[in-house]
Design a binder for this molecule. Structure first.
Ligand code: MN
Length: 327
């Protein structure tokens, strides 16, 4: 067997020593988060462990096909776990309410690929060169020599596929394709996954897309595109916050645009920002760090208090500075 980082051996040792697990992920879970959490959960159950999977927010509709009955449950009040494992979560705060269950654990493991990860657990496996947490879980299972069943292959394939923009982002490496190939060999249903995740969305999302194209704004040099999503836009279109995933890519795709921003009203004086960069010289994770957020160099976010206009001014100014510095 090829050599592997010591941290993987350490994590497997901890897993073998313990019986009850809670696997948690970040707020507003995405495909990588859900696929990693549930893929790992199924593997641990196969090994005879008692596993609870818990997220603060509901699973978006398009990922529901991956979630078997009883796979996700809120722990009972006061329920204790030997070991808590967070997947795909860059900071303790990003766990949201599920952070509660951390208190009573014996040991806390953090498995993630965000470069901004704050290494908040007892044992931290953070590998920013990996394009998805799903690939880290895949490696863990390979090193452990645990079987990868068809449902696990579906979950991990979804994780890898969604975080690489379907194997398109610059983070995608030869190994990502090897992982994808092996998961398809193990039974991942490529057609079904792509159909559910990429090729179908509710009418409310189509209405939201109309809003994107009619309301986006451009900086005078056309290098920055931004869009506001206000609460009233959700009411008007019937869209859910889940429906916003990937909307930003429609701004990012505009040819002269280098940085795309989406401002989403969480509360009248609290805005969630998402940023995407098309240039390796513009690191939007650094921009988001200025506002207490983080993520990846090409995709990041933050939550910023203040009036909408003040937030927009601060963020656009910071993006402009990053663009200028990149010249
Ligand atoms: Mn991820």
């Amino acid at each position: 067997m090829k050599s592997y980082p010591k941290i993987i051996g350490r994590i497997l040792e901890i897993i073998r020593e313990h019986k009850t697990f809670c696997i948690v992920g970040h707020v507003r879970p995405d495909g990588d988060c859900i696929g990693s959490q549930l893929g790992l959960a199924l593997a641990l159950r196969n090994e005879g462990k008692r596993v609870t999977v818990w997220n603060q927010d509901a699973i978006p509709l398009k990922y529901k096909f991956l979630v078997g009955d009883g796979l996700i449950e809120k722990p009972k009040r006061g329920e204790k776990f030997d070991c808590v494992i967070a997947t795909d979560c860059a900071s303790f705060e990003r766990l949201g309410k599920v952070g509660e269950c951390i208190g009573a654990r014996k040991i806390f493991i953090n498995i993630d690929h965000h470069e901004s990860n704050t290494r908040y657990a007892d044992v931290n496996w953070v590998s920013p060169r990996e394009p998805s947490t799903g690939e880290l879980i895949f490696r863990l299972l390979k090193v452990a020599r645990w079987p990868i069943t068809k449902p696990m292959a579906d979950l991990l394939f979804t994780a890898v596929s969604t975080d690489t923009g379907s194997f398109q982002y610059a983070t995608t490496r030869p190994g990502t394709f090897h992982t994808g190939a092996e998961l398809v060999t193990r039974g991942a249903n490529l057609a079904k996954i792509c159909d559910e995740v990429y090729q179908s969305y509710p009418l409310s999302r189509a209405k939201l897309l109309k809003h994107v194209y009619s309301k986006f704004r451009l900086s005078p040099d056309e290098k920055i595109a931004w869009l506001w999503l206000k609460k009233k836009d959700f009411v008007r279109t019937g869209a859910e916050t889940d429906d916003t995933e990937g909307l930003i890519d429609h701004l990012r795709a505009i040819e002269p645009v280098i940085v795309a921003c989406v401002f989403e009203e969480v509360e009248p004086e609290l805005t969630r920002i998402s940023l995407r960069s098309k240039s390796a010289a513009v690191n939007v994770s650094e921009v988001c760090k200025l506002f207490g957020g983080g993520g990846h160099p090409a995709a990041a976010g933050a939550r910023i208090p203040g009036t909408p206009l003040a937030v927009q001014r601060k963020v656009i100014a910071a993006v402009k500075r990053a663009l200028k510095a990149a010249k």
